[in-house]
Design a protein around this ligand. Structure first.
Ligand code: HEC
Length: 268
């Protein structure tokens, strides 16, 4: 590590610690109350309804629905799929998360161009469809416990890769995911930073996304959540549905094993 890196890292560490001290408990409590109020009528329900419609409606160049899409529990089975993703899929030979798997189905069943959708900015065009779809699909597993499979060698490989990526330090502040999410009780600005290496943090932090963002009125899938954390880490953005993002999902999801899914949750 160069001298400049050391100073930047120390500065950044001080920033996180300082922010933690400056926050009063009442701020976190205020947010919790706000969430409780909104939870009675979660605006994510609008996205869920749109997603259900998109799942059933014939669309795309092949004018087909997604009703035969295999999310890991057999063609068309939606309930319980979310809490077992990411997982290995023999037809693609890849470990896939919900969003990358939906891209596969949109391409093979409906004739959309998956690479083009992956390049589309969040919230636009078919990316907006994906957001509604993940809201619908995750809702069908609400209250179920995370149980990501680790039987296949590829799934175990992705866990190991995800773990290494999680602890990989770099960028101008020498941050890794673990700098912000590797220990209990960290905070930055108003946000509690969950420890994503074990429960309850891993289950609550991984298991809340997709989530409805109160501040912007948007629904963010895990891919968008991760993109924003790569930004916080001052890393270049990862490719949508890329192996790096899926490996991180496997790492966090397996760490969150047994936690109840609350997705799509309400977030600031
Ligand atoms: C500089 C600090 C920082 C780094 C580095 C960082 N994050 Fe985050 N992360 C945050 C903040 C801030 C939030 C928002 C917390 C909130 O909104 O409650 C967050 C939220 C999350 C969440 C959702 C947690 C929840 O409870 O909703 C996940 C999952 C996540 N980060 C994963 C990662 C991963 C994986 C990496 C590494 C690629 C990473 N983060 C790197 C600061 C960081």
């Amino acid at each position: 590590m160069t001298h400049i890196h050391t100073i930047a890292a120390l500065g950044a560490a001080a920033l996180i610690a300082g922010a933690a001290q400056a926050q009063t408990k009442s701020a976190a409590e205020g947010i919790a109350e706000y969430r409780a109020l909104l939870a009675e009528g979660n605006p994510a329900e609008l996205f869920e309804a749109k997603g259900e419609d998109l799942w059933k409606k014939p669309r795309g160049p092949k004018n087909a629905s997604l009703a035969q899409c295999d999310l890991g529990k057999g063609p068309g089975v939606v309930k319980g799929a979310f809490v077992e993703l990411p997982r290995y899929f023999p037809d693609t030979g890849r470990v896939q998360d919900l969003e990358s798997r939906l891209l596969t189905c949109m391409e093979t069943l409906q004739g959309f161009n998956a690479a083009e959708i992956a390049k589309t900015p969040f919230g636009k065009g078919e990316q907006a469809s994906l957001e509604a779809l993940v809201a619908f699909i995750s809702t069908a597993s609400r209250g179920m416990k995370f149980n990501l499979p680790q039987a296949h060698a590829e799934e175990r490989k992705f866990y190991e890769a995800g773990k290494r990526i999680f602890y990989f330090r770099g960028g101008p502040y020498d941050f890794s995911c673990a700098s912000c999410h590797g220990t209990d009780g960290k905070r930055i600005r108003l946000q509690d930073l969950p420890n994503l290496t074990r429960n309850p943090g891993a289950g609550a932090g991984f298991g809340a996304w997709p989530a409805y963002r109160v501040s912007s009125g948007e629904l963010w899938g895990m891919q968008r959540r991760l993109n924003d954390c790569f930004r916080q880490q001052r890393f270049p953005y990862p490719g949508f549905g890329s192996d790096v993002t899926v490996a991180l999902g496997v790492f966090m999801g397996v760490n969150g094993q047994g936690a109840e899914s609350i997705a799509p949750a309400l977030k600031r």
